[in-house]
Design a binder for this molecule. Structure first.
Ligand code: DPP
Ligand code: ZN
Length: 886
């Protein structure tokens, strides 16, 4: 496998300006003709077309009407086809027309890249490098071409719907019970945004009129016919996204049609193909009986994400794949803001996003696959659709917003589009637009693009009584030799009164060390640091002082910043969990502070139910693991569980009273079949399920186990909506012991399975809740489920819902005998033969071996080595595995 470097970028000598294609879809094979108009770009070099040898059979090739001869006019070497440059245009305005015809086998394409078959439909996935599995082409994003005409022909009865990018030009019948459609996309686009779909599809449709242009856009969301009743939420979310982008960034949609197709077998969440998005069914289909609140929220945010790509990604795209964060970081930032607006709570959204960043991206950045948001090299680009490029990339964009302010950020966005619409550009271009639009030099900020790892910011402070001045000293440490530009949002609270005396202020940390002064104060203050998590860093107090936890307790109660109130509580929980882990909890006052914070959260007034739920939730094991030098997942799981149980015991009656009160409120507001999706209803369910979790973690005695399983069973049986039902099932799935308890667990699992009635997304949930269950024999259960008739390795959702879910079940996956590692290794090896994008994701479960004890690390390495020695191995998996064995 070959490593590609960012520094090696060169512009194309020749490029394709216009494309016409014809897809002739037949049973078992599809014939694809392409007509490419070739023009000079730099003119220096050969015309090299990408075409994957394993996928394409070349049937004919001609240039300007003349058949080309292999070895004379062109040559094929591995996955490229090179045309002798003397045959090509010699002037800047000359053109040549290259025609090729290839044959592909979509039915056999288990990689789900290029043209493939999912269930009864044909669809394509071209990002990042799938188009080279469809035809010979300069398959890189800086070749933006106009696809004048894409004709699709197929059997009329089996594939009545034929879709392409852009607008439909014409359609009609063809001899032999076949039919065709021709699509045209007037906007220049890179090949990764190409898409066709053919299938027997149902749909829902609507329209949206853009503002201010008044363009009437036809919106249509498609799926297999049996799922049509679950498409409404996606359609509504699309309209909300369109309006939000107009209101927030002045960006309008630019075609007359916007189609979305839900596909069951899909490697990603969704794909922003121009005018024809393809969605993983898990991010598109929803009804109250099958989808949780989280599913609904995720659909809205991913619909938003793909829609927002139309400007940040499609109209302005990436010059090369190293720039992926240019479109993904920016678009994730946009979808986060959209969701925050839709939820009417940016604090809730921020808590969720930061939790995910810490739980996933921080770990990635500390491991062998650590890379800057703009990587310097790759073997397989598919491996760089990472938490770093996406989530940390979004944090990088958020920092521009924090540094430049709302209006400054908008000015930067406007200039970015003004300069680059229709072009393929770089992260540097984005930075320049942000700086130039605001007349500021932010070149120092570019270091964020080239620095991997999570920086640490340390702070220390002192208050000078005499001058009534507070001095805050910040230092930074990172993998960058030169200091980063880090926005640190700070507020100050008066220690005596608890009032906020300095409102949120953005400090620009530009040096390795810097002291900021706040004068005119009335007395000593407490800083509320890094408000709203203003930078993706680890914040630590320089000298831990005796009052640190007292200060956290104060902030957990008094901070005016919703995110930081939550954060202070999380730090207290973390401290208690680590003390429990180390067995030295006794002398400290931490327990008092934690109980105080927990009790206060439990009795919070008002109806900010989601905030309340998150304030009562302990940090996840993956977030906690980030703070340990050597991770012992079994001990960590136990310590966290002990803290959880002790809180549940201490507050048992209050938790139960609150749970019952919420049950009553929800019933009287007419929950039943009418599942409401407003923030209050979602928050109530979220809180009640957190409380159920506490009530069900008390299970030391037979009576306690019986009571817990009875309560969970009651919720399971009485709830109509999936959120409450699935929460209850998750509690039940981890219950063990007496016959009555086991009987309830098994009955609930059976009922859930039966009620699913074959619904793929509900079955995924059924597999997942068993994979993450806290049962001593969970691995045996998972192995048995691999043999279940509904299990398959060919569907990424199904595979992940069992195998990847199990690897998240850290205490069991990391069992000391190493069986979890062997199991993952075996499964990964099998999947690698089918779908390398999926196997390389699975293989990541093993690569962090340096984080664990010597014994565990050695066992993980053994499993990795077996994968590394496998022949053949995909380059995707090879890159991941070898990175960690270096
Ligand atoms: N479809 C994926 C996304 O939207 C990759 N572009 O993030
Ligand atoms: Zn994206």
């Amino acid at each position: 496998p070959k490593e590609i470097f960012r520094s090696d970028y060169t512009a194309l000598p020749f490029k394709v300006s216009n494309v016409s294609m014809n897809f002739d879809i037949r049973d078992g094979e599809t014939f694809i003709e392409s007509e490419l108009t070739i023009v000079q770009n730099t003119g220096e070099g050969d015309l090299v077309l990408d075409g994957e040898a394993d996928a394409l059979t070349l049937l004919s090739i001609s240039l300007d009407g003349k058949d080309l001869v292999e070895g004379v006019d062109y040559s094929i070497d591995g996955d490229t086809l090179t045309i002798v440059s003397s045959l090509l245009p010699t002037t800047a305005d000359g053109t040549s027309v290259l025609k090729t015809k290839v044959k592909v086998h979509p039915e056999k394409n288990t990689q789900l890249s290029g043209l493939y078959k999912s269930g009864s439909m044909y669809c394509t996935q071209c990002e990042a490098m799938g188009f080279r599995r469809i035809t010979y082409y300069p398959d890189r994003p800086d070749n933006m071409a106009i696809f004048d005409s894409v004709r699709i022909e197929a059997d009329k009865e089996a594939y009545p719907v034929l879709l392409g990018n852009g607008n439909k030009l014409e359609g009609g019948d063809v001899e032999g019970d076949r039919h065709y459609a021709v699509w045209e996309d007037p906007y220049p686009k890179p090949s990764y945004l190409f898409c066709i779909v053919a299938g027997k599809l149902g749909s829902v449709s609507s329209s949206y009129t853009t503002v201010p242009s008044g363009r009437k856009v036809h919106l249509e969301v498609y799926s297999e016919p049996e799922n049509v009743s679950k498409l409404g939420h996606a359609l509504e979310s699309l309209k909300k996204s369109m309006k939000w982008d107009e209101d927030t960034f002045g960006l309008e949609y630019d075609l007359d049609v916007y189609n979305v197709v839900a596909v069951n077998d899909f490697n990603m969440g969704a794909m922003e193909n121009k005018g024809l998005n393809v969605f993983n069914t898990a991010y598109c289909l929803a009804d109250p009986k099958s989808a949780t609140d989280l599913d609904y929220e995720r659909i809205e945010s991913v619909i938003g994400h793909e829609y927002f790509h139309n400007w940040t990604g499609n109209r302005v795209t990436c010059r090369d794949w190293f720039q992926l964060t240019l479109k993904e970081g920016l678009t994730v930032y946009r979808d986060q803001e959209f969701s925050g607006d839709m939820m009417q709570s940016h604090a809730v959204k921020r808590i969720e996003d930061v939790s995910s960043l810490r739980g996933r991206q921080f770990a990635e950045d500390a491991g062998p696959m650590s890379h800057p948001v703009r990587p310097d090299s790759y073997i397989s680009m598919d491996n760089f659709y990472t938490a770093t490029v996406y989530s940390k990339g979004a944090e990088v964009v958020r920092m521009y917003r924090t540094l430049l302010g709302k209006d400054g950020f908008r000015k930067g966005m406007d200039l970015y589009f003004e300069r680059h619409d229709g072009n393929a550009v770089t992260c540097d271009d984005f930075l320049s637009a942000m700086g130039d639009a605001n007349g500021v030099d932010i070149s120092q900020f570019s270091r964020w693009y080239q620095t991997n790892g999570t920086p640490t910011v340390k702070y220390s402070s002192k208050y000078d009584e005499e001058s009534k001045t507070y001095y805050l000293t910040l230092t930074q440490e990172s993998n960058s030799d030169e200091p980063l530009l880090i926005p640190i949002s700070v507020g100050l609270l008066d220690k005596a009164s608890g009032e906020e005396v300095v409102a949120t202020k953005v400090l620009e940390l530009k040096e390795k060390e810097q002291t900021f002064e706040f004068d005119g104060l009335n007395g000593d203050v407490l800083p509320s640091m890094l408000r709203g998590f203003s930078a993706p860093v680890k914040l630590v107090q320089a000298e831990a002082d005796a009052s640190e936890e007292e200060d956290l307790a104060f902030l957990a109660a008094r901070d005016t910043d919703g995110f930081n109130r939550w954060e202070a509580g999380q730090k207290l929980y973390t401290s208690l969990i680590f003390q429990t882990l180390e067995g030295n909890q006794d002398e400290s006052k931490t327990l008092d502070y934690v109980e105080e914070a927990f009790g206060r959260a439990l009795n919070m007034d008002g109806n900010d139910y989601s905030i309340q739920a998150y304030a009562l939730t302990l940090p996840s094991e993956s977030t906690l693991a980030e703070e340990m030098t050597v991770v012992d997942p079994v001990a960590l799981h136990k310590a966290r569980g002990d803290v959880r149980e002790s809180l549940a015991q201490k507050y048992l009656s209050e938790i139960r009273a609150k749970y019952d009160e919420l049950t009553e409120t929800m019933e009287s507001s007419g929950s039943g079949e009418d599942i409401k999706l407003d923030a209050t209803s979602i928050g109530q369910r979220r809180l009640r399920n957190v409380l159920l979790g506490y009530l069900c973690c008390i299970k030391d005695t037979a009576e306690e186990r019986d009571a817990a399983s009875e309560l969970a069973m009651k919720q399971f049986e009485s709830s109509y909506g999936m959120t409450d039902r699935y929460s209850a099932l998750n509690c039940l799935a981890s219950m063990d012991g007496e016959e009555s308890v086991v009987a309830r667990r098994d009955a609930a699992l059976q009922k859930f399975y039966d009620d699913a009635n074959g619904d793929a997304l509900v079955l995924n949930k059924w597999f997942m809740c068993q994979a993450v269950a806290d049962l001593p024999d969970v691995l045996d259960r998972v192995k048995a489920l691999v043999k279940h008739p509904d299990f398959t390795l060919t569907n990424p959702n199904r595979c992940s819902s069992l195998i990847s879910a199990f690897t998240m079940n850290a205490a069991h996956f990391h069992a000391e005998d190493g069986e979890g590692y062997n199991f993952l290794g075996d499964m990964t090896a099998q999947v690698d033969k089918l779908n390398p994008q999926l196997s390389s994701r699975m293989g990541r479960g093993l690569i962090q071996w340096r984080k664990y004890s010597e014994e565990r690390g050695a066992l993980m390495k053994e499993a990795l080595q077996e994968l590394a020695d496998m022949k053949p191995i995909s380059s995707d998996l090879f890159e991941v595995v070898s990175s960690s064995l270096k």
